[in-house]
Each structure stands twice: as structure tokens, then as C-alpha cells.
Write a protein that binds this ligand. Structure first.
Ligand SMILES: [Zn+2]
Length: 302
């Protein structure tokens, strides 16, 4: 069992560099006219030629590095960015996760609401946040170092260059049980963007199974796993509920895979989840929960 798009953070320079490399641009408004649609293909997403072209203009790909990438990998990254735009997000009632929260403020840190509310629209906010966190997105072929994290995307900060590195594992993930799809990939982009705020991981414990002792976990919900979980929760509430009598945008299998990813994030990679949610997940096998469980516990009933 292996998480599909975790992250290794390599701090090559002081965090000072991060602060100096902050730009804010409304990329969303540059692409929304052609990229605001629901992709037909739930696994790989589907990029229209117009949206693909426009996103390629705003995403800072290191093109030289992508020449070595397997076919389709770069499109999978681009499609994940489209998913951030196309599928509506909504705040969960009471700022909760699985309908639980430790405090009146809710489960997700209020910091996250500043991220999600920086622009008038939630999708606009998260898409701009992710894009603005990186100066370049490069591909790295398999090697000894990333082999250990073969299914992971990596972010490295060096000098003034904020860089996200994508490995082969970003495409399909190593674990068929995990139902890797476009939304899980989009969640990985959000995860890595949070590293762009200078937040690194700490060593996991035995709950993370093969990642025990590996610097892949967060102390609490404030880190990359928490923001990724918040995004997935927002996705469930924006696209996993019936709106205006229309069917849900997300299929049951998508809801299941999103719920499983949230469950795994909390149970394996957040070292100190709050008591209520720890209690809920104590005897839950995240890889076994079904859409009904997710719908019920997130309160997505039609
Ligand atoms: Zn990470």
C-alpha cells in the first residue's frame, strides 16, 4: 500500500528565498472562458485543445525537462489543473471534516479559508494559489533517489526558484486499489502548493505503514496533507451534492476515491488529528470505505 502523490521537500536554500519570490496573478481569469467545463473522462481528465493550449501558456513548465517524460504525463498535470477550475467547490457546513470538528472554528485551519477566499470564487482562489506558488514545474525521470518515492511528486526550493518536480508516479499511482484519478492528482498539486508556504514534513509513525520514520507526515491539519484534505472536502461539497435537482457531478466511484484519500491523509499522514475524527477513523479501513460511507459522513445526502 502506497500513497500516490506524496511529496518530498528539499530545502536547498533558506526560506528567505521563498518570501522574496512571491507573485500574485489572476491566472484563473486568463483561462476560465475555455477551461471552465466538466471533463468527460474521470480517470485522466479530458483537455479540450483550447483549454490545453491556454493552460500551457500559464503553467510555467520547464519544457526541456518534459521532453523526457512518458507520453501523457504532462497532459495529466495540465488536466489536474483543469480539474481545479472545472469542478465546483463549496465549503463544508461548519468547516468540518466528515461532519466533525474539534472546536467552534471547525476542523480546517482558518488559514485555509484565507487561501480559499483570496479571490471571489473558491475555484479561482485555489487555482491561483497553486499556480502562484511555483516558478517552474519540471519532470524528473526515474532515478535512485526518486525511486524510493517513485509514485510521488516532489517539490524542491532552490535559491529563488520555487519548483515542483513531477515523477512518473503522478500519472497513475502505484496502487490500483487507490483509484488514482484526476481529482487525486489535483489534490496532490494543492498539497505541494502548501509546501510553497515553507511548510515541510516530519517523520511518520507506524500508522503510515511503510512510511514509518520517513519525513512524509504533518503534525496537524495545518500542513500539506490538511490543505489537500480540505480541497477534497470542498470538492465533495461543491460537486458531490445534487444542485438544482441535477445529478451529482461526481460519480460514486469518484466520491469513494476522494473519501478514501481524505481518510488516508488523516489516518496515516496527520500525526495529531483531533480526537473526534481519530475516534471515527480508529477502526475504519480507509481502503474499504465506499461512496455511501463518504456521502453519509460528509453529509452529502441528496
Ligand atoms: Zn508533502
Amino acid at each position: 500500500m502506497k500513497p500516490s502523490a506524496r511529496l518530498v521537500v528539499i530545502l536547498l536554500a533558506s526560506t528567505q528565498a521563498l518570501a522574496s519570490a512571491c507573485h500574485i496573478h489572476d491566472h484563473y481569469s486568463d483561462v476560465i472562458d475555455v477551461c471552465g467545463y466538466y471533463p468527460a473522462d474521470p480517470i485522466y481528465g479530458s483537455l479540450t485543445p483550447e483549454c490545453r493550449k491556454r493552460l500551457m501558456e500559464v503553467i510555467e513548465y520547464n519544457e526541456d525537462s518534459w521532453e523526457d517524460a512518458p507520453p501523457g504525463l504532462q497532459d495529466a498535470v495540465t488536466a489536474a489543473f483543469q480539474a481545479l477550475i472545472g469542478y465546483p467547490l463549496a465549503k463544508p457546513p461548519g468547516n468540518k471534516v466528515f461532519s466533525l470538528a474539534p472546536a467552534d472554528a471547525g476542523a480546517f485551519p482558518l488559514d485555509f479559508y484565507r487561501i480559499f477566499e483570496e479571490w471571489p470564487d473558491l475555484n479561482q482562489s485555489i487555482f491561483n494559489y497553486v499556480l502562484n506558488q511555483f516558478d517552474t514545474i519540471k519532470y524528473e525521470p526515474p532515478n535512485e533517489l526518486n525511486e524510493h518515492f517513485g509514485a510521488e511528486a516532489t517539490i524542491a526550493f532552490s535559491y529563488n526558484l520555487r519548483q515542483m518536480t513531477i515523477f512518473d508516479g503522478f500519472y497513475e499511482g502505484p496502487d490500483p486499489v487507490f483509484s488514482y484519478n484526476n481529482f487525486i492528482r489535483a489534490g496532490s498539486l494543492v498539497h505541494e502548493a502548501r509546501h510553497g508556504d515553507g511548510i515541510t514534513h516530519e517523520p511518520c509513525d507506524e500508522r503510515a505503514e511503510k512510511y514509518d520514520g520517513v519525513f512524509e507526515c504533518d503534525a496537524d491539519f495545518l500542513g500539506p496533507h490538511g490543505l489537500e484534505t480540505a480541497y477534497l472536502g470542498f470538492l465533495l461539497h461543491g460537486s458531490g451534492v445534487s444542485r438544482f435537482g441535477e445529478p451529482r457531478l461526481l460519480t460514486e466511484s469518484q466520491i469513494r476515491s476522494i473519501g478514501r484519500a481524505m481518510c488516508r491523509n488523516i489516518k496515516m499522514f496527520i500525526l495529531n488529528p483531533f480526537d473526534e475524527v481519530a475516534e471515527l477513523l480508529k477502526d475504519v479501513d480507509c481502503d474499504e470505505i465506499d461512496a455511501e460511507w463518504v456521502i453519509q459522513h460528509e453529509g452529502l445526502l441528496q
